[in-house]
Design a protein around this ligand. Sequence first.
Ligand SMILES: [Zn+2]
Length: 260
Amino acid sequence: MTARLWNKTASLSNADMAKEGRRLGLRWQNAKLLPSVTGEGRRQPILKAAMIEPEESDCLVVVDVQNDFCPGGALAVADGDAVVPVINRLIGRFAHCILTQDWHPPGHQSFASSHPGGKPFQTIQAPYGVQTLWPDHCVQGTDGAAFHAALQTDRAELIVRKGFRPEIDSYSAFSENDRRTATGLAGYLRERGFSRLFIAGLATDFCVRYSAEDARSEGFEAVVIDDACRAIDLEGSLAAGWTSLQACGAQRIRSDAIAA
Ligand SMILES: [Zn+2]
């Protein structure tokens, strides 16, 4: 991030660079004037390593860290439980945190078992578009739908449940897969005065991706914390996800960019 900022700010004044740093959510640390590397005798400002300091208008959004998405679960994401200690540290760093929870009734239409001859990971044409079929997972009230036992949920200010309508799947924390049915989260976050969302959880290429994209289209800044997510990676879905996230203006960081 520092290198990116350097490229972008090499020709800016100190004041403009400070402004750019603030826009990117970076803590401004004394800019230093160093001799120009261009040999033109100019002196150019650079930013020292910058860290993100969570602010009152930031909210950590923890997506679907549930037993069924962790090793041993019905729809296990490889290494999915590795996000738990990383997210627990992040929960300690943010003043505000919300959780999402995939929450399906038995016989949900996204389950392969609900379609004669249906196989998990096959796609079907649902009334709202292409839908991947999944193993039965996160059935309401089951242990698989519960949060990972080690996830520190006590400070969560809201739990958003999604996917509870029998006929519609829901990847995004903001809207169901028909792209019209809202979960209500955008309104909640706006009323709370949040403007920047830091998103972590499972899985990078589905629920994290679509939550971050919808955050952008709802007018929030979206920052995906790479090492606090794990992916399913179905036929290139992870690479496609990152490309799409970059295109919509979401940022990608590592958790160590958040000030301790
Ligand atoms: Zn689901």
